[in-house]
Design a protein around this ligand. Structure first.
Ligand code: PLP
Length: 468
């Protein structure tokens, strides 16, 4: 126990140059720095008392060194962000766990400008009076989709909830059994619908729903017919669903009933024209005469997390007046990011400036070029890795176009002492974190979503792991 008495007193430590350097390096106040040192000493005391101390003797210089090293670890631990940026080399573009769409440079610049100062969030510049938050992005959405009116809420789940609460509470909503999807993270469309107070009337079967299934279920109590796009799965084989235009015609015969489509992803870019999948463009859906549609901001649109509602003016007006529009409203950063995202589409620049679109339509030849440059860099370095390039596929992800495989090239990395899972774990753990893919006991990197700058970082991380 005499070791405890050998610990230098705190006021002495405070006077040391080491302490001064410590607080300066980490930009800490004297109080905060002292707190951290006290915590380290408390832990040391406990270890001595428990007979677990294996470190240097407190009277030695080595002890002081260790004390400051532990304090540094404590700073790094407590001051590190929980939400950290990650380099995504997994090959899944809209990786839900990695934040779905990443935003382009000029989108971020616009967000910084709006969020870093005051803005017209709820201010009418012309009249000098209160304006509406719900008016932002509306004209862009209308121009791009052909809808009469639009509004933005927190995400598409919120849009579904709000539309049903506003128009179908305690009333019947007819929906096909084949469309009651689970979105992921155990969120189910049916649960969200029930939560809203709407009464679900499920029609048809899992694989087939006919127009008569809908028409025979229409009653006085019906407030809405809803179609949910099967975004994250495909039903193949003996299947049929009722086309939108037939449902529009059916609903028109029942005044007061609303026809609503939850588009899930909702594309503004014509991917099918680019030979990718067969996701309908939102404008085409609106043109069929659908009353309301909703879709996500951060799936195929490639913007911020948001739920976009577009459709008939009077319906959107009712939604804007609804109490829930306050509950589910978005902040200025989201609106700024969304407006810039939409402007890129209006200017026909989305394929160059929207990272999601760009990554989806990137050619495999371009990815091969990038992969070759990566592997070439390695041949000039002295490491134990073995790298080669193999053909593979990337996924769009985010529960969109599940049947689409995008051709890509993958870098396969082998290391004599680091098994693939260990290599992956080490790459994830360090900073910046790199997420790759382990497939059939092989560690793979897909550079489809990796920028040139990030590529340099990945290389540095690998070299560092080889050394250490
Ligand atoms: C993804 C999805 C949602 C939920 O959208 P979020 O923006 O994630 O809230 C709702 N419906 C469908 C069909 C979807 O694919």
């Amino acid at each position: 126990m005499h070791q405890l008495r050998q610990i230098p007193p705190i006021h002495e430590i405070q006077q040391s140059t080491k302490f001064k350097k410590f607080i300066q390096t980490h930009n800490l106040s004297t109080e905060r720095g002292t707190d951290l040192i006290k915590k380290v000493i408390a832990s040391f005391r406990n270890q001595v008392i428990e007979g677990e101390w294996r470190g240097p003797n407190p009277s030695t210089f080595a002890f002081i060194e260790k004390m400051f090293l532990d304090a540094e670890d404590l700073v790094n631990e407590t001051h590190s962000f929980s939400l950290q940026s990650v380099i995504n080399a997994s090959g899944t573009i809209l990786h839900t766990n990695l934040g779905r769409a990443r935003l382009g440079k000029d989108i971020m610049e616009h967000v910084m400008k709006v969020a870093g100062g005051y803005s017209t969030l709820e201010y009418d510049l012309e009249k000098g009076t209160r304006g509406s938050r719900h008016s932002h992005a509306e004209k862009f959405i209308c121009e791009l989709t052909g809808a009469e009116a639009a509004m933005v809420v927190n995400n598409n789940a919120a849009a579904v909830y709000m539309i049903l609460s506003a128009f179908a509470r305690n009333k019947q909503v007819i929906v096909s059994r084949g469309e009651l999807v689970e979105i992921g993270g155990s969120f189910r469309i049916s649960s969200i619908m029930e939560e809203s107070g709407a009464r679900l009337v499920e029609v048809g079967t899992t694989n087939k729903t006919h127009l008569s299934d809908y028409s025979e279920s229409m009653t006085e109590e019906t407030s809405m017919v809803m179609k949910v796009h099967q975004s994250n799965f495909v039903i193949k084989g003996f299947t049929s669903e009722v086309p939108s235009k037939n449902l529009v015609t059916l609903v028109k015969k029942h005044p007061g009933v609303i026809y609503y489509e939850d588009l899930g992803s909702g594309a503004l870019f014509n991917f099918s024209q680019a030979g990718i999948g067969n996701e309908p463009v939102i404008r085409e859906v609106i043109e069929k005469g659908v009353d309301l549609v909703s879709f996500s901001g951060d799936k195929l649109l490639g913007g911020p997390q948001a739920g976009i509602i577009a459709g008939k003016k009077e319906l959107i007006h009712t939604l804007k007046q609804h109490q829930l529009s306050r509950v589910l409203r978005v902040d200025k950063m989201t609106l700024a990011a969304l407006e810039m995202t939409l402007l890129h589409y209006i200017n026909g620049e989305a394929s160059e400036r929207n990272p999601t679109i760009k990554d989806i339509i990137r050619s495999k030849e371009e990815i091969l070029d990038q992969a070759r440059r990566f592997v070439n860099e390695f041949t000039h370095l002295d490491t134990k890795y073995h790298l080669d390039i193999i053909a593979g596929s990337s996924q769009i992800g985010g529960g969109t176009m599940p049947e689409v495989d995008l051709d890509t090239y993958l870098i396969r990395i082998k290391h004599p002492f680091l098994p693939c899972q260990e290599l992956h774990q080490a790459l994830r753990a360090g900073k910046p974190s790199v997420v790759g893919r382990v497939q059939k006991d092989q560690f793979l990197l897909d550079l489809r979503t990796v920028s040139e700058d990030e590529q340099v970082t990945v290389l540095e991380r690998l070299v560092q792991l080889d050394k250490g």
